[in-house]
Structure formats: C-alpha cells, structure tokens
Design a protein around this ligand. Structure first.
Ligand code: FAD
Ligand code: 2HG
Ligand code: ZN
Length: 479
C-alpha cells in the first residue's frame, strides 16, 4: 500500500491477530467492533480528506478499560488512534494505516458539578453541547463554544486545545481546565484530576496533554472551571454589522472593546465571499445589505437594561463615526441563533463549494486580512473561492481556498507561500486546530528546532514505542 499524502511509510507496529481480538472481546464484550460497515465512519475524517484502514474500533466505558487496552497494546506493539467526536480538521482523529481506533464515545458520564465553585468534572467522551445543556439548567455555561458542539467531545476539545467563539471572554483551555486524568501509553493512569483553582506543587503536568492531539496519552476525564450563565433571559445581545474596509472593522473592534468592555463575549468576522457561499450553498439570506465585511458581536452581562444601554451607545458611536454601514440587532434567542449560524456554518458551506484547502493562522490582528488579499492576488483565477473569516478578537484568521476537485498544482501555489507569509510576521501556522497529520511537517515555520526537538524528547519519554497516534503532530524529520 502506498503511503497516504503527508504520511511516511507504515512504521513496524504489529498487526492485529485473532488472539488480540479475543482479548479485546473478553475485556470489552459487545464493544469490540470489527464489522467493516461500522468501522468505516471512524476511519474517515469530517472533511472526508483522510481515510485510514483500521479494522478494529474499541469502545471502552471506563478508565480502567482504557488502561487495560493500552497496557495490552503497548506490550504487543500495536498502534492506537484515540478518537473523540471525529470533528478535527487536520487529519489527527483518524488512523493513517491500521491503527486500532480507541473511541471515547461511551465515556459520557458527568462525574460531579459543584454549583458554588462552578467546577465540572466529567468523562472525556461527553459531547460539548450536552455539557452546555446540563450546565445551563444549573445557571452555568461551558467556557468554550464551537460550531462542532453537537458532535465534538470535551476530551477532543482538550486534546486539540480548541479555541472557538468564547475564547475572547473566557480564555483558553490552558486556563480553564483545572485537572485531567490521562492514561499513558503503557497503561499507567496519571491522576491529575484536581479541582483546585490554585495549585503550584511542582510542574503542571496536565498542561502537556492540552493540545497534544492524542500523541502523549488518552484523556479519560476532565475538570473544568465554568462561568456563571448571564443572569436573566435576554441578557445575550447580538449584532451583525457591515463594514466597507477591514481597517474600519478594526476601528469598530477598538471602539467595541472600549465601550462594551466586560460584557463583550465574541467579536467575529466573515467576508463577502463567505456570505456568498452561505447564500449559494445553504440558502441563508444576508439579513443586511451587501458589504465587503461582516462583524458578529455578542454581549452577555448580568443586567439587561445596563447592557442594552451600553450597546445602544456603542452603536450610535459606530454609526456616527461611519465605521459601519449597516447592521441588525437581535435580542430574542431564536433570532440570535439564526444570526450566529451565519458565522458558525461557513465551514459547512465551504464543504459544498468544492475541495477545500484550510489554513488556520494567528497573526498580529492588523495583518490578518492582508493575507487573504495577497493570496487572492497570488492565485489569480486558479482558485474557485478564497475566503477569510475567523476570530478577530484572538487575531485568528481562517483562510480557506476551494477548487472544483483536489488540485496539486493549486496546492503547490498555496504552500509554502502561506507558511512563509505567516512566518514573516512571526505568526502561527496553526492557531487552534492543531497539526494532526496535515500540518505537522510545517511546524518549523512557527517553532524553533530546539523546541521541536524537546517535544520529541517528551514524546519518547511518555511513549517510548510511539504507539499513540503515530504520524501525527511531530514532523518526520525531528532535527
Ligand atoms: P476528534 O476530532 O475526535 O480528535 C481530535 C484530536 O484529538 C485527534 O488527534 C485525536 O486523536 C485527539 N483526541 C480526541 N479525543 C481524545 C482523548 N480523549 N484523549 C486524547 N486524544 C484525543 N476548532 C476550534 O479550535 N475552534 C473552532 O471554532 C472550531 N470550530 C469547528 C467547527 C466545525 C463545523 C468543525 C467540523 C470543527 C471545528 N473545530 C474547531 C475543529 C475541532 O478541533 C474541534 O471540533 C474539536 O476540538 C475536536 O473534538 P473531537 O471530539 O471531535 O476530537
Ligand atoms: C471556525 O472558527 C472553525 O469556524 C472552523 O475553527 C474554521 O473551517 C475552518 O477553517
Ligand atoms: Zn475557529
């Protein structure tokens, strides 16, 4: 079998035998899946661009079962691919060859929730949206939110260090995750499931696993600090605004931060190309007049009168200073949801436009749209669509380029141009999606070789046989 794009040759791991299957069936009766039709969907990623050929899907329910699986695989030198909701966008969540798929989907119990501190402890396979619903009933919310919330799992979120739509307000998972339980490659259980806000006893080991994409251990439980839900119904306010230039969009951002301050919970953007794709492929009509740029603003505070007063003052000022040319406000939940989908569903709209090349770039905020403009000019009419959207508040651009079908010539025009451009601004070539299979060989554009070498040492220490998610995150040529 030739190696899939971006992957080296298959490493000399063992192959699963009947004896191995008999062991797995003994410890996971009814949860050792080998029917090819059932394993198929776990072999293919969300974007349908990476496909493995695993013949075994394991569905443990407890940490002890994960530990037994890994202890066995480690001794047998069998490679393992941890999998959560399989919504990852960089080919990290599916096997490359015949790695055993270890799914956390049945590890979906909430363990504890403390409604004084707001600390939630749950198994890794809890779906993000289910956690949000559970918390909302208790007047709390999750500190993260993303378009994939209906499928992605908290373990996958932590493993990718997902950013999403609320990072501007509540910060990254490196701050909100208070503890993790992780099963190491050889089956040892590392219990760092603290529920303390402060704990400076030695190295903070859990941080190593946040964003490690299943290469250092399998996360089995998470404890996370959750913010209070904004107090009354109607305390979410939402704006969709239109701007003529990206400079004006940035000026609006400045104004917004100054005038909305602590109640600002999201400041996102999409360009007119995204709006075109939403209209064309998802039949979502533009609720305001056509503009080159659209801003999505959400506020959430605890005093609806005070919040709407602040928002009115901001709007008045933004209109008076002619930064924005049109806009609409939403206060009802259903309208807010409908408007949020204009931002959340761009990724889905792109999948209908053709084969998509995705770039998830961190840059100084004033540079983020320049990359889109330069890319359009650089590609001319070779691409079908070149779109820019993302998390303005975090300096995170999602640059997506489509073509009618997979197009190696187009790819050669995009890369390394996009990575060199990013490196020239000291940006990051992966702001929030991780490196997975697709981006790992470009790590040196954003990290010095000493840092990458140290990552290699950490991997070798925690997983000396390299059985956990091989071919992912670290580059082929560790310098
Ligand atoms: P998977 O896709 O199953 O896995 C992702 C990686 O984590 C893989 O490397 C896998 O091996 C590893 N992994 C999964 N579970 C575990 C575990 N328990 N232990 C160890 N390793 C594990 N990302 C953002 O950052 N921000 C966004 O706004 C955002 N929006 C998205 C919108 C859409 C429509 C889609 C499809 C994806 C989006 N993503 C976003 C990308 C994706 O990273 C997140 O969806 C999510 O964090 C992945 O979680 P998951 O459970 O699906 O993990
Ligand atoms: C988002 O912010 C996600 O919508 C997905 O991170 C971005 O598909 C993408 O490029
Ligand atoms: Zn994003």
């Amino acid at each position: 079998k030739s190696s899939p794009a971006g992957a080296p040759e298959r490493l000399p791991f063992s192959k699963v035998t009947d004896e191995d299957l008999a062991y797995f069936r003994k410890i996971l009766p009814g949860r050792t899946i080998t029917d090819p039709d059932l394993v198929e969907s776990s072999n293919v990623d969300w974007l349908k661009t990476v496909k493995g050929s695993s013949e075994v899907l394991l569905r443990p329910q407890t940490t002890e079962e994960v530990s037994q699986i890994l202890r066995y695989c480690y001794n047998r030198n069998l490679a393992v691919n941890p999998q959560g909701g399989n919504t990852g966008l960089v080919g990290g969540s599916v096997p490359v060859y015949d790695e055993i798929i270890l799914s956390t989907s049945l590890m979906n119990n909430i363990l504890t929730f403390d409604n004084i501190s707001g600390i939630l402890t749950c198994q890794a396979g809890c779906v993000l949206e289910n956690l949000s619903l559970y918390l909302e009933e208790r007047d709390y919310i999750m500190p993260l939110d993303l378009g994939a919330k209906g499928s992605c799992q908290i373990g996958g979120n932590v493993a990718t260090n997902a950013g999403g739509l609320r990072l501007l307000r509540y910060g990254s998972l490196h701050g909100t995750v208070l503890g993790l339980e992780v099963v190491l490659a050889d089956g040892r259980v590392l219990d760092c499931l603290a529920t303390l806000r402060k704990d400076n006893t030695g190295y903070d080991l859990k941080q190593l696993f946040i964003g490690s994409e299943g290469t250092l251990g399998v996360i089995t439980a998470v404890s996370i600090l959750c913010p209070r839900k904004p107090k009354s119904t109607n305390s979410y306010l939402f704006l969709l605004l239109g701007c003529e230039t990206f400079e004006e969009l940035l000026k609006t951002f400045q104004l917004c931060r100054g005038m909305l301050g602590e109640i600002l919970s999201a400041f996102e953007f999409l360009d007119s190309e995204c709006m075109r794709l939403l209209n064309t492929h998802l039949k979502l009509p533009n609720p305001i007049s056509d503009c080159p740029f659209y801003i999505v603003i959400e506020t959430s505070g605890s005093d609806p009168d005070h919040d709407s007063q602040k928002l009115d003052n901001f709007l008045e000022e933004a209109i008076a200073s002619t930064f924005v040319t049109d806009g609409t406000v939403a206060t009802e939940e259903s309208k807010i949801k409908a408007l949020w989908s204009m931002r959340e569903r761009v990724t889905e709209a792109l999948t209908h436009d053709g084969f998509t090349y995705k770039y998830d770039i961190s840059l100084p905020v004033e540079r983020i749209y320049q990359l889109v403009t330069d890319m359009r000019q650089h590609l001319g009419d070779r691409a079908k669509s070149v779109v820019g959207y993302g998390h303005v508040g975090d300096g995170n651009l999602h640059l997506n380029i489509t073509s009618p079908a997979k197009d190696p010539a187009l790819l050669a025009a995009i890369e390394p141009f996009v990575y060199e451009w990013t490196a020239s601004c000291q940006g990051s070539i992966s702001a929030e999606h991780g490196l997975g299979l697709k981006k790992r060989n470009y790590i040196y554009y954003s990290k010095p070789s000493q840092a990458v070498a140290l990552m290699g040492n950490i991997k070798a220490m925690l997983d000396p046989k390299g059985i956990l998610n091989p071919y992912k995150t670290l580059p082929d040529n560790l310098k």
